[in-house]
Write a protein that binds this ligand. Sequence first.
Ligand code: ATP
Length: 300
Amino acid sequence: MIRTEGLTKRFGRVTALDDLTFTVEPGITGLVGANGAGKSTMLKILLGLLPATSGTAGVLGLDVATEGPAIRERVGYMPEHDCLPPDVTATEFVVHMARMSGLPATAARERTADILRHVGTYEERYRPMGGYSTGMKQRIKLAQALVHDPGLVLLDEPTNGLDPAGRDDMLELIRRIGSEFGISVIVTSHLLGELERVCDGIVVIDGGRLLKHSTTASVTAATPVVTVEVDDDPAALLARLSGRGVTVRADGRLLHVDVTDESAYDVVRDSVAALGLGLVRMERQRHRMTEIFTAEEQHV
Ligand SMILES: Nc1ncnc2c1ncn2[C@@H]1O[C@H](COP(=O)(O)OP(=O)(O)OP(=O)(O)O)[C@@H](O)[C@H]1O
């Protein structure tokens, strides 16, 4: 889908991308990094909108340096910042973008109606976009990226500015773009945790350098861990669980238990009861990917 080789971009003294080499397979891929890590710069280079300082990149087998227009015919792009004209309706805008991408007038109108229904803004389609909420604007930006039925979409921070429910809705839409329409997706975010839910693969960049490239499956396949807290010294519980073949680590007053299968929960419950302890907390750990990336970062 995408390959880069030694890709570097400098703006004066700022190195936005520093010798990046990676490949991206079809599916949903997250491009993660803090603000300023170089994510938007990467997307603009992949679209052929910004020239690289050195190195090469290809998208769908096309060279970004010489085949930008052909790439933009086949790829949809959702920019990060607000770019919607306020006095134009969603229908007018998305039809216009479809026509710009080469669709005939009738097909553009039909596709626009379909895609606005799909992203959940059909009711409001004849209202000027200036009055839209941030969530609706993000959906229109997504709709215009999809309207010409691209093989790949590049989404720049699509959950930016959304409340938790809006984020969940947007992530669900992205998941469906991949699974129902079979369109490959590159989605950027500064939040690793939210991409973990929808992505097949993750590329992490930091200060323009590649920190990590991995499949989400290989990461989330790691054994789940449950944190257990009891109302007394956990030493006796630690010994009892180890004696029953459970892998467990002490962390101050907390115990971290590997859940290789569901029976581990029963072993914890029965052991706590047998020792006459009170169970204060038993919690599945979140953000495993963050921990794994942080652990591996030390080896990079
Ligand atoms: N046109 C430009 N001129 C000068 N510097 C730029 C330009 N575009 C980006 N930069 C710099 O390059 C670096 C990477 O910026 P980029 O916008 O790609 O980061 P990002 O990861 O997308 O962050 P954000 O989410 O905040 O947009 C930053 O230091 C930024 O200031």
